[in-house]
Design a protein around this ligand. Structure first.
Ligand SMILES: [Zn+2]
Ligand SMILES: [Zn+2]
Length: 336
């Protein structure tokens, strides 16, 4: 099969490799659409623990092409996606039912061959039916499941006001999911006006350009501050600035992935004085079903978040677009 690989930091290739053979309890999925995500870029840049050469890609959808011994719930031809995270099930954190914090995790596209290939092998327990969802939308189930996991940690109550920094694909998913979780006001801020127009179409109640008037505008929209403030940029300087927008008793949610070695400063006194709560949310944790439900119901719209679709042979160009294209949102690869 054709597969796209990262062979060393900043080095890629598209090559022929042997088709995967399903082991007991595994399904082989023929990949139709796979999205490029920030994690793939981190692996490209050598900022992520990965063993090269690696086939990346962990947000995808396709059809079951073969099943191994003992697989009972899926059959050849089924339309599916899969949770890329494979917890060991045996370590102390798995035993505490915290599989996203597994001490010896495996992840498709990080420690195992991923979805930037014609076929990918998955344990049956990680495979989910996508019903009639189009493949290009189903490739958003994984990133949306990360948002859902955060929403199981960060309480959103009816009538809340939320402020989201960043209107990229994740900011757009966050805005929609937070709104559906009960927030009455969802304000999004970003430097790119065209991205703000998109998130406004998707249900943000107000958008603010990150220019010299940003702070005044954000404050005018919530005089006491926001119930929930979310970083979806992963930029440490942005993170440092978000605390001041939380209302007393507010929640600060660090969703964006900052560089591993980065630090950010904040005022411990203000966290104390304002009764603030700071939340992290890492990846996803058994939240594929909820994510699928949000997409199937139309509560979360993703079609307008796809900016580029390329054949697998243009892998290097896809990575480049995902990092630098001025009009980039989600870049998808089509191995078919
Ligand atoms: Zn991802
Ligand atoms: Zn474990």
């Amino acid at each position: 099969m054709k597969a796209a690989r990262i062979t060393a930091p900043l080095r890629t290739e598209v090559v022929d490799v042997a088709d995967p053979v399903p082991g007991p309890g595994e399904a082989i999925i023929q990949v139709e659409v796979a999205g490029i995500c920030g994690t793939d870029i981190h692996i490209l840049q050598g900022e992520y623990q990965a063993t090269y050469p690696l086939i990346p890609g962990h947000e995808f959808a396709g059809t079951v092409a073969a099943v191994g011994e003992g697989v009972t719930r899926f059959h050849v031809g089924d339309r599916v996606t899969a949770d890329p995270n494979i917890a060991c099930g045996r370590c102390p954190t798995c035993q505490r039912n915290e599989p996203n914090q597994c001490l010896t995790p495996q992840a498709v596209g990080v420690t195992r061959p991923g979805a930037f290939a014609r076929y990918v092998s998955m344990p049956e327990g990680n495979v989910f039916s996508i019903g009639a969802l189009p493949y290009n939308q189903a490739a958003f189930i994984e990133p949306l499941a990360c948002v859902v996991w955060g929403l199981l940690r960060v309480p959103i109550v009816p009538g809340d006001s939320a402020l989201i920094f960043g209107a990229g694909p994740m900011g757009c998913l966050l805005a929609q999911a937070i709104r559906h979780a009960g927030a009455a006001k969802v304000v999004v801020t970003d430097v790119a006006e065209w991205r703000l127009r998109r998130v406004a179409e998707l249900g943000a109640t107000a958008v603010v350009v990150a220019d010299a008037q940003q702070e005044a505008r954000l404050r005018s929209l919530a005089s006491l501050g926001y119930d929930v403030v979310v970083d979806a940029t992963g930029i440490p300087q942005v993170v440092e600035g978000i605390f001041r927008y939380a209302r007393p008793r507010g929640r600060v949610w660090l969703f964006g992935v900052c560089p591993r070695e980065a630090t950010a400063s904040f005022s411990p006194y203000q966290v104390f004085r304002k009764d603030l709560t700071i939340y992290g949310s890492y990846a996803l944790c058994r939240t594929f079903p909820q994510s699928i439900a949000l997409l199937e119901s139309g509560a979360v719209q993703v079609e307008s978040l796809i900016s580029h679709q390329l054949p697998l042979s243009r892998f290097a160009e896809g990575l480049d677009l995902a990092q630098r294209a001025p009009d980039r949102m989600k870049v998808q690869l089509l191995p078919g």
